[in-house]
Every structure is written in C-alpha cells, then in structure tokens.
Design a binder for this molecule. Structure first.
Ligand code: ZN
Length: 509
C-alpha cells in the first residue's frame, strides 16, 4: 500500500518531471551548439532562457496531452521516445551526426545489419541508462488523471506561455531561422519525429503526379532564347530603377530597352513565389510547370540553382551550384556568379532553336546578407555581420542588404551582356523576385508573414524585362503578377498552346 501511494502522482506533476528528465538527459549537444553560436551578453541570455522555457513547456504540453488522451498507449509512446532519444543521442555524440530530414531518409533506407554495425558497448549503456530506465519510470508511476476541466486549463495555459515567449522573442527569429536546421536536429524527441514526417511527406510530394497541360507546338524555326532569373528576397523599393535614392542599379540604369515593371508576389515565401512564376494560372494544384511543359514540347530547357523550393522538375539539364563549381573551377562558387558562368555559350551550343534557361539565385537571402556578395560589392558600409540582426543598427542591416542588390544589378547586367553577343538569337531576359523582405520595419526581419497581413516590403517585387530586339513592344500594364511569366515566355519562344492567355502576355503581338 505504501509503495502504491508513493507512485501515485498527479498527471501534471508527472508531465513536468518527464519534461525535466527529457531536458537534462538529452540536450547537452543542443545547448553546446547554442552557446557556441550566440554572442553572449544580454541577448544571448534571452535566447538561452527562452529556449529552455520553450522546451520545458512544449514537452510538458506534449507529455500531458499524450498521457491524458492515450493513457496506456500514451505511456507506451512516451517510453518509446525515451528509448529512441537515447539511441539518437548516442549517434549524435559518437558520430557527430545531425538528425535532419536527410538522415531520417537514410534511416528508412538502411537495413538492420548495416545500422547495427554502428552500435557499440557505449551505445548499449546509453540505451540502458538513458532509455530503458526513464521508460520504466513511465510505467511504474500510477497516474492520477484528474478532471477534463483541469486538462483544458493546463493545456490552454501552456499554449499561451509558448505563444508569449515566441512573440516576445520576435527580434531573435532571424537567429532561430539561421540555426534552425542544426538546433532542430539536436532537439529530442522532435528531431527524429518531425524529420521522419517531413521525409515521408516529401517522398509523397515528389511522387505527386502533375496535371499535364494540353500539347503545344513550336510555330517557327527562328532562334530564340529566354533567360528567367528568379530573384531571392529582392524588394522593389531598394532598386534605384524604382526610385530608391541610393544608386543600387548603376549598370542596369544604362541599359537600353530594359523595362522595369511594378509587380506583386503571390506569396511571401520561396516555394509559393517560385511556383507562381512557373504556373499558368492561380492554383494550389500541381499543374505541369513551365520548364517541364516546354521541355516535353521540344524546347531546350536548362535550370541552374543555388537555391531550392521549386516544384518537382522533370528535365534533363538541372544543375546545382555545386555541379557548376566542378564545371567552372576558376569561378568562386560561394556567390551567384557561378550561376551565370558561360550562359551565352550554352545557348550557342544548343542543338535546338528554342532555349529556356532558369537561373534560380539566392543573392539576397538573409540573415547573413554580407556573405552573399563578393568583397568588391561592399559599397555601402558599415554592414551588419551578426545573425542576430536586431543587435545591429538597422542602417547596417540595410547597408548589407543594399550591397546584395548592387550585386544583383551586376548579375542581371552580365546575363544581358552575354545575351547581346548572340547576334543570331532573339533573346529575352526576365528578372522576377520570389517575394520581398523586411529589414527591421515594424520590428520584422526577413519574410514569411502570411500574405494577407504581411507588410508591403514583403510582397512588392521588381519585374525587369530586357529584349535584344529594340522594336519589341510592351502592353501598358500598371502592375504585373508572377503569373505573367508563363504566358510571356510562351510568346517570346513562339510556342503555340491552347492554354496560352493573351491577357497575361506582357508583350504586344
Ligand atoms: Zn525566397
């Protein structure tokens, strides 16, 4: 009887004990990483304290929820997480691995015989002391589950605490964003559960069949090429072409037959913006995207990327910056110069009369703008060199960002230069950003605020078009959408298709 009484504990206290055990047993590598990547001082303290609080409350929340709703099943699941976390921690410490999505992909594709060869006596000790012991505790306690009213109160309070901490720390979001992959991979049991789900979801996404568009035909044999440069986080009001008082577009300003249209992005995040540029209409469905469509209908399609997040591509010539670094060893692969290398040559050597090239850049991606351009583009100084953007004076964040726009100006201009040497070809260069960027206005940084409530800095984007033929006429559009890309590209490549929509073509026929 005595023993029974000792183990009779309220659900709230059990959840808290489990949450503390989870924090203490499994998070030494996590906090080692956090300490190594904060700059100390008051802000560093805020980050560390917030992370401890969030972890305690979030795990309390999860354990409480599992135990209350699952009872014995909940206990079993929690016990399993302790065992898996012990194994995970062993691998983190022994092999310095990151439990990210790729790693979970490896786990799902590994045979037991391969995996077991990594395990050792130390691993067994981890398993017993950090896994089986706390798992036994979970089963030994006799939980007093309490009333449903209490359940809602506790769950509600922990949610409120989480929201308050998250929003109280908004200025540290860029730090979290920058470190998300690593700290996320060290958070147990979340790293392996969340990344397993993400892996499975992406597997499904990649296998998702796109809805095919009706066949298209190429109308003539004129040689024509369109280069679509997809910008990253480029906001319109920091381009001098659109009236910014700083000279961020010295090269493009001098280009004849370059048109600068105002445009609005359809999302404030990369995957949404990129999809809208490749879709033929506003849709959340996966229709055949522009590069796949053109490739299937006989156009030579090349995609080069230092970024990610496009819908699944079904083309032959896809190259990442790493692939290109091997091809162009003399070019510094850390900046987007690598994407524009030899673009003119690949057009010349094409065996087709119609060529479509996509350059998916990453130039203005935060938070470390200062790393995104070569040293000779550091014209606006001093620049913020911290990932904790809010710890820099706002002007330093803006200076670093403006240098990325200055570098973008060079990149676009260089592509135009390469195209203008192709005298046999009719060429078009289109530059559209995926979304905008906040630079500390209203205490917001970077992007990703839902479009309906986002500030205009996050969705007002540049849409630049250059044509080699000076006689090409544009319609009088006040403002464009990313969906204009699809139909305008069809038009410039003389591709005839039943889904072509003249209203969405920026060119006069
Ligand atoms: Zn983006």
């Amino acid at each position: 009887m005595k023993k029974n009484k000792f183990f009779n504990i309220g659900i709230s206290r059990v959840s808290l004990i489990l949450s503390i055990i989870n924090l203490l047993l499994f998070h030494y590598p996590f906090f080692r990483h956090v300490f190594q990547n904060t700059e100390g001082g008051f802000n560093g303290m805020v980050i560390v304290t917030s992370l401890i609080l969030i972890m305690l409350v979030a795990n309390y929340f999860a354990f409480y929820l599992f135990l209350y709703l699952g009872r014995f099943v909940g206990k079993t699941l929690i016990a399993i997480t302790f065992i898996l976390s012990a194994v995970g921690l062993y691998f983190i410490n022994a092999y310095d691995i990151m439990i990210d999505e790729t790693m979970m992909g490896n786990v799902f594709n590994t045979k037991y015989s391969e995996a077991s060869s990594y395990f050792s006596l130390t691993g067994l000790l981890y398993l017993i002391f950090l896994g089986l012991l706390p798992a036994t505790f979970v089963f030994l306690v006799n939980i007093d589950y309490g009333k449903l009213r209490k359940f809602f109160a506790r769950i509600g309070i922990s949610l409120v605490i989480l929201i308050v901490i998250a929003f109280g720390n908004m200025t540290n979001w860029p730090w979290i964003d920058k470190n998300a992959t690593v700290i996320g991979s060290l958070l147990l049991p979340w790293s392996y559960t969340v990344n397993s789900v993400r892996y499975q979801m992406h597997q499904r996404e990649n296998n998702r069949k796109e809805i095919p568009l009706p066949d298209a035909t190429i109308k003539d044999s004129k040689k024509s090429v369109v280069v679509l440069i997809i910008g990253e986080s480029a906001r319109r009001d920091h381009f001098s072409l659109y009236g910014y008082q700083r000279q961020t577009n010295p090269r493009l300003k001098a280009r004849e037959s370059l048109r600068a249209f105002k445009a609005e992005s359809s999302a404030t995040y990369t995957t949404g913006g990129v999809k809208a540029m490749l879709d033929y209409t506003t849709t959340s469905k996966l229709y055949e995207i522009l590069p796949n469509y053109l490739y299937r209908n006989g156009v030579d399609v090349i995609w080069r990327s230092s970024n990610w997040g496009q819908p699944p591509l079904h083309i032959k010539k896809y190259y990442t910056d790493k692939d290109l670094a091997k091809k162009y060893p003399s070019i510094d692969p850390t900046h987007d110069d690598i994407l524009i290398a030899g673009v003119g040559d690949i057009v010349k050597s094409s065996d087709k009369n119609k060529v479509f090239i996509v350059l998916h850049t990453s130039t203005s991606h935060g938070p470390t703008y200062y790393k995104r351009y070569p040293a000779n583009f550091e014209k606006f100084t001093p620049v913020c060199r911290s990932v904790e953007m809010s710890s820099c004076p706002q002007q330093e964040v803006i200076n670093a960002y403006d240098n990325t726009i200055l570098y973008t100006d060079y990149l676009i201009d260089n592509v135009i230069e390469q195209m203008s040497t192709l005298t046999e070809w009719e060429s078009t260069v289109i530059y559209v950003s995926d979304h905008g960027e906040s630079l500390g206005e209203k205490n917001l940084y970077m992007h990703g605020v839902p479009k309906s409530i986002a500030p205009k800095e996050q969705y007002e984007i540049p849409f630049l078009v250059w044509t080699s033929d000076k006689n090409v006429k544009f319609k009088n559009n006040d403002e464009l959408l990313q969906y204009h890309v699809f139909h305008s590209v069809l038009s410039r490549l003389s591709v005839s298709s039943p889904i072509y929509n003249n209203e969405m073509d920026i060119f006069e026929k």
